[in-house]
Design a protein around this ligand. Structure first.
Ligand code: UD1
Ligand code: UDP
Length: 381
């Protein structure tokens, strides 16, 4: 039986890999060997616990304040040692983190085929998002099978001369994860959030972490949140803050003591998707949240200058607003007070997936390893 090794290390990879791991574990065709790098320790474990996934191997690489080079070298070194005694028939990596590219390089050096999930996303700017745009382009150069979430991402790969036969449009597995989780009405661990869910006040849900926004841009986000909180006493800003101390130091001083800003630790995925479904507006620089919120019909303001996820922008549910403080305040104000504008953005769209991406992924893996054939592609995006 061929063995497949999914390798992942951060929260978003874990969420998007979970449906694939569960499908592989349920398939009689494969032996699934789950390997994590631990690039994120707590935020990764939180997701594995939710999906009942116990890794077979854990490189445990996290160091506080870790550099990109440390993530890269510690992952490659750990996998070098692992591949010496456990050699899978294929490695599966997801997205554009440094874990995913380091794992792809380590597998490539060992002659192990690399399967890239969420392949073909491109912002067109090597410095934004940094280092993710470079990471995903490097992985595209060495992958044997490219699982593109949408037709747009497939077109990006074709434009870079990736052979069409090596690309399958699967949809994004984040929609599989979302659809199985959001329906469960998971209780909030934080009683303040449970009270908020009951009282019906409007919620502005905010996440921020992007490396290229750290520093002055992120302080501007903090200042903008403080101004919105002061101007809109009936609104509650929910801010599940990333564990990165650089992010916390930039944003939290501005919102400290504001009664209508509810800062929490990162929410477990089930709680976060419930909060997404309760939110009135979403303000974020996250990749995954840009994909999930449109599916729930939530207007999304993206604090970036560009995006590798243009589909929901085209559909009208996502607006790119950058990180200018005045612009953030103005765009939130407009969504709160211009009903027609809000309604035009609050339309549920699903350009990123139909909840069946993991099944298409497993079928594509079966074809790659000669034990099955592909199934029909996702027809969106
Ligand atoms: C990483 C990814 C980014 C992804 C993001 C998702 C890279 C280069 N970046 O960025 O693509 O969008 O994850 O959140 O791969 N920390 C903890 N515990 C945790 C997680 C983080 O303490 O569970 C702290 C550590 O101090 C760490 C810092 O957060 O040094 C930053 O984590 P890191 O993985 O280096 O970068 P992210 O900004 O999270
Ligand atoms: N998420 C979560 N808890 C939180 C914030 C986000 O589970 O408190 C989930 C969210 O639903 C999405 C993913 O984390 O699926 C996005 O991760 P992140 O924004 O850290 O990374 P990105 O997607 O930008 O790489």
């Amino acid at each position: 039986m061929p063995s497949i090794m999914p390798i992942y290390g951060t929260r978003p990879e874990a969420i998007k890999m979970a449906p694939i791991v569960l499908a592989l574990q349920g398939s009689p065709l494969f032996d699934c060997i789950v390997t994590v790098t631990g690039q994120h320790r707590a935020m990764l474990d939180q997701v594995n616990d939710l999906f009942n996934i116990t890794p077979d191997h854990d490189l445990d690489i996290l160091q506080p304040g870790q550099s990109l080079s440390a993530i890269m070298t510690r992952t490659i070194d750990g996998l070098e040692k692992l591949f010496a005694h456990t050699r899978p028939d294929a490695v599966v990596v997801q997205g554009d983190t440094t874990t995913s590219t380091a794992a792809a390089i380590a597998a490539f050096y060992h002659g192990i085929p690399v399967v890239h999930v969420e392949a073909g996303l491109r912002s067109g700017d090597m410095l934004s998002p940094f280092p993710e745009e470079a990471n995903r382009k490097i992985t595209s150069q060495i992958a044997s099978l490219h699982l593109a979430p949408t037709r747009t991402s497939k077109a990006n790969l074709l434009a870079e001369n990736v052979p069409a036969a090596d690309i399958v449009v699967t949809g994004n597995t984040v929609i599989d994860a979302l659809l199985t989780t959001v329906t469960k009405e998971v209780p909030f661990g934080d009683p303040r959030l449970e009270a908020l869910a009951a009282d019906g006040r409007k919620i502005l849900l905010v996440t921020t972490h992007r490396r290229e926004n750290q520093g002055e841009a992120m302080r501007g986000v903090g200042r903008a949140l403080a101004r919105i909180a002061d101007a809109e006493p009936d609104l509650v800003i929910v801010l599940p803050i990333h564990m990165n101390p650089v992010v916390r130091d930039a944003v939290l001083p501005f919102v400290k003591g504001k009664a209508n800003v509810l800062v929490s630790e990162p929410l477990a995925y089930g709680e976060f998707t419930r909060m997404l479904s309760l939110a009135h507006i979403v303000l974020t620089d996250s990749g995954g949240v840009q994909e999930e919120a449109p599916s729930l019909g939530k207007p999304v303001l993206v604090m970036r200058e560009n995006t590798e996820r243009p589909e929901a922008v085209k559909a009208g549910t996502v607006t790119l607003i950058g990180t200018n403080e005045d612009k953030i305040v103005a765009e939130v104000d407009r969504l709160l007070h211009d009903r027609a504008h809000f309604d035009s953005m609050a339309t549920a769209v699903n350009p990123y997936g139909d909840g069946k991406a993991a099944g298409r992924t497993v079928a594509a893996l079966a074809q790659l390893l000669g034990v099955g054939s592909r199934i029909g592609e996702f027809d969106g995006g």
